[in-house]
Structures are given as structure tokens and as C-alpha cells.
Design a protein around this ligand. Structure first.
Ligand code: NAD
Ligand code: SER
Length: 311
């Protein structure tokens, strides 16, 4: 059943990850369950295996499922990527090139996420949309290439520079901003968290509901309305320090304690901006966030507690 997708189906790669888990749910709600083909390297109910490095399998699914729209989420994130730089380049760049080739051949539209990791230490604390992109991480470099390919590919390809995403339905997948997710699980289970960045580390963050809504809103905008920023739009949710996150959690759990023991991920965090200027996304497709820090914390605690009570 296609609810409002006139022809063809939607392919999601990396569908079992932090974003895919919720994006597939939202797309199935919007277009009908049959319209969305969820795929990943791993197997799970409602999700078929597809390795984005396997061009024959990609072609097969494009043809057999009549794919007209792709959400390409398969990637290695910053912390995992820095440990495996060659694999990170292969999956994030060659995997993306495979999806671009498939989209081109079959006339499909493509969404491919970028990240705040495209910025480097020379970026102002409030990152502009248009600024030199000199990331220090291999992960950031793969995202810069992804943005450039979006504009040079000759297809309808769009992306968002997601901030660190906070959600409760699936674990965070090996990024630097994972502390802002792990902290909730540890606060509720142990009353304590040992945080791997300094207390004063301030990064752009976003609640998953805002990120999913942004993705769907961007894909709903007519192509002609979008500028070359479509390779990776800046979008802001809210920015806060690790210490401010702890204090917001303590509104719910006054006995919660947190220690700070920075590891290598501190260096990646220090190379990224503190805030995001999303004026261009606001002007071109009316982007506007709904969740501030306290609202994110309220939602995370409530949802994790009710999930625990149900299990
Ligand atoms: P994740 O790590 O949670 O999920 C990625 C998924 O890709 C995993 O389920 C993994 O099994 C799958 N995968 C890995 N290699 C694959 C391959 N060869 N073929 C098919 N699947 C493969 O990541 P996520 O957080 O859901 O991120 C999705 C996208 O959004 C990535 O491009 C990431 O860079 C970007 N992004 C995420 C965040 C964030 O905070 N989560 C922020 C900025 C950008
Ligand atoms: N949240 C992601 C990471 O930390 C940013 O792309 O890797």
C-alpha cells in the first residue's frame, strides 16, 4: 500500500542504526509499510541484508523493488572511523558512490547525511553554512566529499549536517557525541556516569524527533527551491555543555553523579564548533527546531523509564 508515494518504493540503507530505526518507522507511517525497504549489513525482523559495498546486490534491490527514493544511512561514525580509517573511507565514500551510481541509473532521489564533523578547528564557534571545511578527522573528510558529490552528481541528492543526535529507541553507533545518549542509560541504571569529554565541552545536539522531521521536511521541498547548500544543510537544535546536561538530568535524578575523564574523543569534540547557524535552512525550507535541552532530558527520562517498566 502506497499512501502518498505515487510510484516506486523507498530504500533505506543502514536501517538498523540510531537514525534508521526511527526514520524507517516515520517513513512507513507516512507512505505505508510496504513502501519502505529497510536494509542493513545486519539481519533483523522487517529488515533485509544489503551491504552498500556490493554493487550487484544494490542493483538487484533497485530493480526488483522499483526504488525511486533512497535514504543512505550506512556509514562508520567518528570514533569508530578514526580507529579504522581505511574502512571508514571505503564505507563512507565508496559506499556512497555506489548509491549515487544506483540512483543515477534508476532515476531515484537520494538523501545522504552529512555531519557537524565537516567543520575543523578553523571554523568560528558558531558555524556558518558557508565557510572553509577543514576537518581533522577522517570521518569529517568523508562527509565533506559526500557534500561535494551531492552537488556534482547531477541527481536530486540532499543532505543535512546533523548535530549529535539524542534518542532512546536504538543505541548511538560509535560517535563522539555518544556520551549525550549513554549518560541517560547510566543515570537510570547506575546513578553514575563516567563521561569521556570534559565538563565544559559544548557541542551542537538535537533530539531525534527534530532530526527525523527535518529529514522528511527537506525531502518534501521542490528541488528548485534548494541551493547548493543541499549537499549538507546546517540545522541547529540546541547547544549545551556536558556539565549542563548533567544538571538538567539532576532535575529528575537529584542523586545522579558524573565524573569526567576525557579520552581521544575529546580531540574530535574540540575540533567541532559549539553552535550552528542554520539561517539558510530556515530561509530555504523553513527549518525550525522544537526541542531545547530540558525538553530533550524530560523526553529521554520519561521514555526510558516507561520502557523499563514495560519490560
Ligand atoms: P549507526 O552507526 O547507528 O548506524 C549505521 C548503520 O549502518 C548500522 O546499523 C550498521 O550496521 C550499518 N552499516 C555499516 N556498514 C554497512 C555496510 N557496508 N552496508 C550496509 N550497512 C552498513 O549510525 P547513525 O547514527 O544511524 O548514522 C546514520 C548516518 O547519519 C551516518 O551517515 C552518520 O554519519 C550520520 N550522522 C549521524 C549522527 C548521529 O549523531 N547519530 C550525527 C551526524 C551524522
Ligand atoms: N554524532 C556524530 C559523531 O559523533 C557526528 O557525526 O560521530
Amino acid at each position: 500500500m502506497f499512501m502518498d508515494l505515487p510510484s516506486g518504493r523507498i530504500l533505506v540503507t543502514g536501517a538498523l542504526g540510531q537514525i534508521g530505526t526511527e526514520l524507517v518507522e516515520a517513513l512507513r507511517q507516512k507512505h505505508g509499510p510496504e513502501a519502505v525497504i529497510a536494509t542493513d549489513l545486519r539481519k533483523a525482523e522487517g529488515c533485509q541484508i544489503l551491504d552498500v559495498m556490493n554493487t550487484d546486490e544494490i542493483k538487484k534491490v533497485m530493480v526488483e523493488q522499483h526504488i525511486t527514493e533512497i535514504y543512505h544511512l550506512a556509514a562508520l561514525l567518528s570514533a569508530t572511523g578514526e580507529k579504522n580509517p581505511h574502512l571508514c573511507w571505503d564505507i563512507n565514500v565508496t559506499g556512497l558512490e555506489n548509491m549515487i551510481a544506483a540512483a543515477k541509473e534508476h532515476g531515484a532521489r537520494l538523501f545522504s547525511p552529512s555531519s557537524i564533523a565537516v567543520f575543523g578547528p578553523d571554523c568560528p564557534k558558531v558555524a556558518p553554512q558557508i565557510t572553509p571545511l577543514n576537518p581533522t578527522t577522517i570521518y569529517g573528510k568523508t562527509k565533506v566529499v559526500g557534500e561535494q558529490l551531492a552537488v556534482s552528481s547531477g541527481i536530486d541528492m540532499r543532505g543535512i549536517r546533523y548535530p549529535g543526535l539524542i534518542s532512546y529507541k536504538a543505541p548511538a553507533g560509535g560517535g563522539t557525541t555518544d556520551y549525550a545518549v549513554e549518560i541517560f542509560h547510566n543515570a537510570l541504571e547506575n546513578g553514575h556516569y563516567d563521561c569521556f569529554v570534559r565538563e565544559d565541552t559544548k557541542l551542537p545536539m538535537m533530539y531525534m524527533d527534530d532530526a527525523i522531521r527535518a529529514t522528511i521536511e527537506l525531502m518534501d521541498i521542490p528541488f528548485e527551491r534548494l541551493s547548493d547548500s543541499r549537499g549538507g544543510y546546517n540545522i541547529a537544535g540546541c547547544s549545551f555543555t556536558a556539565g549542563e546536561l548533567v544538571r538538567s538530568i539532576q532535575r529528575h535524578l537529584p542523586d545522579f553523579t558524573c565524573t569526567f575523564n576525557p579520552d581521544i574523543r575529546q580531540q574530535y569534540a574540540d575540533s567541532w564548533p559549539e553552535e550552528i547557524d542554520d539561517g539558510i535552512a530556515m530561509n530555504e525550507w523553513r527549518w525550525s527546531p522544537r526541542f531545547n535541552l530540558d525538553r530533550i532530558v524530560d523526553e529521554m527520562i520519561t521514555n526510558l523509564e516507561s520502557r523499563k517498566n514495560r519490560s
